[in-house]
Write a new protein. Structure first.
Length: 315
């Protein structure tokens, strides 16, 4: 009963957080859309969290998937395709250059820049519309470790997107991008066809649902710096842990979780997406999502090359 009450309380807090953002933006901008927007996101996030907390361990993943689908379809389908706003990284850059405080800028500032100081890369685990699809593929548990240095492609992708926008902005004077709804829509469609195709092909080739997140997606470049200081992180109770390593074997991001536990730390890796798969699989219930103030700069990751797995990665 106490656990059920805690789960309900935390879901109410989550909804209240988004409601507060909606009310503040509505009152400061005068657009009631902000209120409806964040009420919906709050309902979707808190419903997924509630289901995740109440379901038995083997079914908890469906709570997270519910949140992914509800938020992902809304962001991509309603705001993107119907609202004709490019929610991709390039759309954020265009709106930022134009000084327009619209959907893409608001989304990135809250979910992918500011929000990471609270929830880390929780967006990647609970709301991303690309992983909304690939997490339904059968390779949630990676077949092998990470491919060394492939994570650098994320940075190349990020800066290539930035350069592409700068070329169109300064070279072709596309300063009215936000007024060209058809251009935005086509950019959004082409970008997502590319992303989904690469994500599914990589997942199938590497037997790893999250290969796109690890090697291609440019968004972690924005999220990783702030996520080091996030308040909410996963934590392993060393007194309960039996070193069975089930958590590490099932971590979709190939994090060496026990290395942090042995140092008396929470999971400080900026690769953690707060999916809580480690907590679900732990037979001793030694892992929980906790809040406190801490930070760290060491990345302990499992690589396919066992020799490299023992090293500290900065990617």
């Amino acid at each position: 009963m106490q656990t059920r009450r805690k789960v309900i309380t935390e879901s109410i807090i989550t909804f209240s957080f988004f409601l507060l953002i909606g009310v503040l933006l509505w009152q400061s901008n005068g657009h009631i859309f902000f209120l409806f927007n964040f009420i919906y996101i709050g309902i979707a996030a808190s419903a997924g969290e509630l289901l995740f907390g109440l379901l038995p361990r083997e079914k908890k993943i469906w709570g997270r998937k519910l949140s992914q689908v509800l938020i992902g379809l809304y962001m991509l389908g309603v705001l993107g395709f119907l609202g004709r706003e490019n929610m991709q990284l390039e759309g954020f850059f265009f709106y930022l250059l134009a000084g327009i405080f619209s959907g893409p800028v608001l989304h990135y500032l809250i979910a992918k820049i500011g929000g990471v100081f609270l929830f880390g890369r929780g967006w990647c685990g609970w709301a991303c519309w690309t992983t909304m699809v690939v997490d339904f593929l059968p390779w949630m548990k990676p077949a092998k470790g990470r491919l060394h240095y492939w994570g650098l492609f994320r940075y190349f992708h990020f800066f290539a997107s930035m350069i592409l926008v700068l070329v169109f902005w300064y070279g072709y004077r596309m300063h009215d991008f936000y007024q060209q709804s058809l251009v935005e829509l086509n950019w959004l469609i082409i970008g997502n066809v590319f992303y989904f195709s690469i994500a599914i092909l990589l997942a199938a080739a590497l037997k790893d649902n999250r290969a796109f997140c690890k090697y291609v997606c440019p968004i972690p470049v924005l999220m990783k710096p702030g996520s080091r200081f996030s308040i909410w992180k996963m934590e392993i109770d060393a007194d309960k842990c039996t070193d069975c390593r089930l958590c590490e074997k099932n971590c979709p991001m190939n994090i060496r979780l026990l290395s942090y536990m042995r140092k008396g730390q929470r999971i400080l890796s900026t690769e953690c997406i707060a999916c809580q798969q480690c907590a679900n699989i732990c037979p001793e219930q030694a892992i929980q999502y906790s809040k406190k103030y801490d930070a760290g700069f060491q990345e302990y990751l499992n690589f396919s090359d066992k020799k490299k797995s023992s090293s500290v990665s900065k990617k």
